[in-house]
Design a protein around this ligand. Structure first.
Ligand SMILES: Nc1ncnc2c1ncn2[C@@H]1O[C@H](COP(=O)(O)OP(=O)(O)O)[C@@H](O)[C@H]1O
Ligand SMILES: [Mg+2]
Length: 322
């Protein structure tokens, strides 16, 4: 990753508040609108003047846009996304680290994200929640097969596209087996499994399984399964079973939403086990369980066969006539 500092960046003027519509990013992109802004990054709707198409562009916000570690981590996210090919993972089109700022160019998703959807609807139907979460589980199974964990599964990091789900934000994805590396706090606490909260335990696919369980519970009820976020010391004590009385227990899905199928209640409870060894070990296993609740796409009764005009042939087909 030495080439990041070796190449002289193209200087661009921008204000502290980031880019405004009409500003240029690099030589090709014109900012159309600001989509979202986080602590470290901003995402813009942009027009690519070379490809003549609209994209979403993720950049680091000042002062992170000048920090080598932050740039490396954005590039790492891009490289990981570039190695993915899954219908439920956002598509990446370009990584630019010779521009200032460095950026990722992605397909622009229509949204909303699942946080916004949940805030609008309160909760989702069993059919909708399980089919969206099954799509996310499929995306995660793909990521896990490549040896990576997402580690930031939450409603904001899943966006709607054509009625389905797209997983975004691989910003803190790590190789399976690593510890959190950046210490406690990388990730989003209410969705983090105890082993991710402590940073002292190896992370496995079961760490993403836990977050997926919190997500599924939340989509089905509008509430979270644990009354309060887990502190690192408590997580450590729970995992080492030094203080069994601290054992953390999730609320049961069926107590909050009584008429869900019993098997769905069990699946959610299994995903939310505090000891990672008690959870389903693979995302493929979770996906297989979820599929039983997802109805196959129905054929619309109103859909009529479309009459497609047969193209007129100017000449007879000699091969057929011969
Ligand atoms: N490809 C995209 N299309 C449309 N909006 C996006 C896209 N990627 C990200 N966003 C929006 O930008 C927000 C931040 O992007 P994200 O990758 O999650 O960055 P961060 O690491 O700052 O959380 C998302 O929550 C979403 O609202
Ligand atoms: Mg995010």
């Amino acid at each position: 990753m030495d080439n990041i500092v070796a190449v002289k960046p193209i200087p661009i003027r921008r204000s502290e508040s980031g880019f405004a519509p009409g500003d240029r990013i690099g030589e090709r992109l014109t900012v159309v609108d600001r989509i979202a802004e986080g602590n470290r990054t901003a995402v813009y709707a942009v027009w690519d003047n070379e490809q003549w198409a609209a994209f979403a562009c993720k950049v680091l916000r000042p002062p992170y846009d000048q920090e080598r570690h932050a740039i490396e981590s954005l590039v790492r996210e891009g490289e990981l996304l570039a190695s993915m090919s899954h219908p439920n993972i956002v598509r990446l089109f370009d990584i630019s680290y010779t521009t200032d700022p460095a950026y990722l160019l992605m397909e622009q998703l229509e949204g909303p994200d699942l946080r916004t959807l949940l805030d609008q609807r309160g909760r989702l139907s069993v059919q909708q929640a399980t089919s969206l979460v099954a799509e996310v589980a499929g995306a995660l199974a793909h990521l896990h097969q490549l040896g990576y964990l997402h580690l930031d599964i939450k409603p904001r990091n899943i966006m709607m596209q054509h009625g389905g789900a797209r997983l975004i934000d691989l910003g803190i994805a790590r190789l399976v087996g690593r510890r959190t590396g950046e210490g406690p706090g990388s990730g989003t606490t209410p969705y983090m499994a105890p082993e991710q909260v402590t940073s002292d335990h190896p992370l496995t696919p079961a760490t993403d399984v836990f977050a997926l369980g919190v997500l599924l519970f939340e989509l089905l009820t509008g509430a979270r399964p644990f009354p309060r976020p887990l502190a690192p010391r408590a997580a450590d004590a729970i995992l080492s079973q030094r203080f069994p009385q601290l054992a953390l227990r999730a609320d049961r899905l069926k107590d909050v939403r009584p008429r869900v199928p019993a098997a769905l209640d069990t699946l959610v409870a299994d995903c939310l086990e505090v000891d990672p060894r008690d959870r389903p070990a693979t995302m493929a296993e979770v996906l297989a369980s979820l599929r039983q609740f997802v109805a196959p796409p129905s054929v619309k009764a109103t859909a009529k066969p479309r009459l497609v005009p047969t193209p007129l042939r100017a000449e007879p087909l000699p091969a057929l006539l011969a």
